[in-house]
Design a protein around this ligand. Sequence first.
Ligand SMILES: C[S@@+](CC[C@H](N)C(=O)[O-])C[C@H]1O[C@@H](n2cnc3c(N)ncnc32)[C@H](O)[C@@H]1O
Length: 322
Amino acid sequence: MTASATTLTPFGQDVLQGLSQPQPTLNSKWFYDERGNALFQQIMRCPEYYLTGAEAEIYRSCAPALLEELDGAPFDLIELGAGDGSKTQLLIEQFLAAGARFAYRPIDLNAAALAEVRDLIGLRWPKLEFQAIQGDYFEALDRLGRSTGSRRRLVLFPGANIGNFHPGEAVRMLERIRGFLAAGDLLLTGFDLKKDPAVILAAYNDPTGHTAAFNLNLLHRINRELEGNFDLDHWRHWETYNPATGAACSYLLPTSAQEVTIRALNQTFTFRAWQAIAVEISQKYSLREIEGMAEAAQFTCLRHLQDARGYFTDSLWRVPTH
Ligand SMILES: C[S@@+](CC[C@H](N)C(=O)[O-])C[C@H]1O[C@@H](n2cnc3c(N)ncnc32)[C@H](O)[C@@H]1O
């Protein structure tokens, strides 16, 4: 008997739903358990993974542009998918130096990552108003409530996390974020830009194998948390990039036929040799496509803040007043 979806954790529910599809999938939002966080830190230090350095370069210099749009009003700095928050600290540092009045409210699924951010912020800036909200993006935004318009909101959606949604889904996601904002509030979203496909592929295929270990950790996590028996010696990480669509996709491939039992789901899954599990999309965009998304989600695109190589943009949008 399959476990009833209602008795399962959200992770269990997603795994059951994803592996039951004709084309099996696993949602990349579950990459970040304790081991996944540690592996992601190693990826961020890989020279091939240009995304972190590019966005840090932007965050180091974008405070004046953001503060100018906020007109000196006090605001809430809300971060979706904060992770270790290291880039955001670059921004906080500049905001404080400029005398900005704000509270920092990071959101993440991962309680351990948020605890780390809380400790770091507490050490560096004990007087900064801080509220960590653990949960899925919208569950956490619901807890924060809709903007009343009395205090400005600046929402950060960094790390190209938006790229983990298919383009149509991404627009719906941005529209939903707008639902929590009032006229004049700002959204700063990190988008990875279309570029030389070799550069993109290398970012998800580092020769040291950190990305492979990170992706395969999802199977480890199922074994650990859901009593699965994936045999990791028979699975491989595989990356593709399609320059026509801008989609970089990560797959987990069984090198031989596999039968996997996941006891918490009361379920056995069979995989043919080389039958892929799709685990992550990292969608790349052009500046024009991003502007189209702003319009579709009913934001005004104010400007693109880019790194010197033009690899990445943090696009600044405002909720229009009409
Ligand atoms: C790629 S890391 C990026 C971390 C950081 N923002 C950065 O740019 O370095 C993604 C983070 O988003 C979180 N995350 C992913 N999907 C999420 C969701 N649906 N709701 C809340 N947090 C999520 C993960 O737990 C992880 O900490």
